[in-house]
Design a protein around this ligand. Structure first.
Ligand code: FMN
Length: 219
């Protein structure tokens, strides 16, 4: 059925219409442990290419650290006024240990013997990623961090939690502040989460989206 012919909104459509990129968070409102756990589960369960999860999610609660991120995000206050600031990172490059630890974990969780033919084939497929150029690796890994962002935003919407995806920041400076480079990580996107302020006028702005007839094509 074409989208425009439906009358009632589905639960997911309601949630995705309710959400918006928050410009002003209520700095007095924090996420509960349960809410935090649910959001972190959405990040952890994000599917990735071959399942490698070449990423890390940094959770910043420390008020001073969040405040220090404001100038690094071109003075966007969301990074400080939110309940938690999430920094979605990728690893700097694919390494041997990423492959071996993943193969070992798969063997343990799925009860497979090592070496096994099943895992040999799997491992050689994983190893092909080591041969990618640096540029290819970065693009490939960044794409997957964005997938985690999509999951995060949808999970937040469904749980009634506010968020603001943010590319407007200086990754090198954030890496430096958080000591990410030494940990073999690169920040890709910031996502403050929390609750919208009553004063955020953006909450009442009607959504601007291309019409489904323009955006979706049936063949
Ligand atoms: C990858 C990405 C980066 C974004 N960066 C910023 C940002 O730095 N600051 C900001 O206020 N909004 C940012 N946004 C929010 C978008 O402007 C917003 O999602 C878009 O205009 C659609 O509006 P809505 O999310 O409120 O429905 C970003 C969104 C995405 C998906």
């Amino acid at each position: 059925m074409a989208m425009e012919k439906r009358i009632a909104k589905s639960r997911i459509e309601e949630a995705l219409t309710w959400r918006y990129a928050v410009k002003k968070f209520d700095s007095g409102k924090d996420l509960s442990h349960e809410q935090m756990n649910s959001i972190l589960a959405a990040l952890q369960l994000t599917p990735t290419s071959m399942g490698l999860q070449l990423m890390k999610f940094i959770v910043i609660k420390d008020e001073k650290l969040k405040e220090a991120c404001v100038p690094l995000a071109y003075n966007q206050r969301q990074v400080a006024d939110c309940s938690h600031l999430l920094v979605l990172c990728r690893v700097d490059e694919v390494r041997e240990e990423h492959i071996t630890s993943y193969v070992e974990q798969t063997a343990i969780i799925r009860g497979l013997k090592v070496p096994s033919r099943q895992l040999d084939g799997f491992e050689s497929m994983l190893r092909s990623t080591l041969k990618m150029s640096r540029e290819q690796q970065v693009k490939w890994m960044d794409n997957q961090v964005y997938l985690a962002l999509g999951n995060l935003l949808t999970a937040c919407a469904v749980e009634g939690i506010d968020a603001c995806p943010m590319e407007g920041f200086m990754p090198d400076k954030v890496n430096e502040l958080l000591g990410l480079t030494e940990k073999g990580l690169q920040s890709v996107i910031l996502c403050p989460i929390g609750f919208r302020s009553k004063e955020d006028k953006y909450a009442s702005f009607p959504k601007v989206r291309r019409d489904s007839t323009e955006l979706i094509e049936y063949l």
